[in-house]
Design a protein around this ligand. Sequence first.
Ligand code: GTP
Length: 175
Amino acid sequence: AHQPPFDDTINHKTILLGDSGVGKTSFLVKYNTGEFRLGSFSATVGIALTNKVVVVDGTRVKLQIWDTAGQERFRSVTHAYYRDAHALLLLYDVTNKTTFDNIRAWLGEIREYAQEDVVIVLIGNKADCSSSERQVKREDGERLGREHNVPFMETSAKTGLNVELAFTAVARQLK
Ligand code: GTP
């Protein structure tokens, strides 16, 4: 069968970032397996890895995806991994305003530790939650994305909303 063009030499290092509990592990598990379990993942300790190939416009883009720990005490460990990252998925939780307010600090760390041309996608996760649980409006996420010139989308690791789209958005910018 005909295979789309594939540059096997580049394995784009892609890192999931954001505060503890925003749903990074859930997001990656949903992407990998289509499964979601409420509250079943223990907090990530250090780093976990997974490999994926995303096809965008007929081009195969290879992603090596890193799930990092959001907890402050692991922060110094994860900084070391920013430097050679090609892409960053920066997550906050739409039901937790603090995680949104912390995005500015995350972007500061990214400016400090990552390559200047790193691809960033801003993600407001847990978009499945009810309006009474929601603490961050979609428009606030959109505005923050515009301000920092990064694409923004709301996602749900529970329903799968926009989970594939997020990785496609990354791959599209990398190809
Ligand atoms: P650290 O490993 O500590 O950095 O946390 P994390 O960002 O990996 O978060 P994790 O995936 O462990 O999810 C934290 C909690 O949020 C769990 O109880 C998940 O089930 C829940 N959760 C994650 N994503 C979603 C979502 O999209 N919707 C809802 N309703 N709950 C979610």
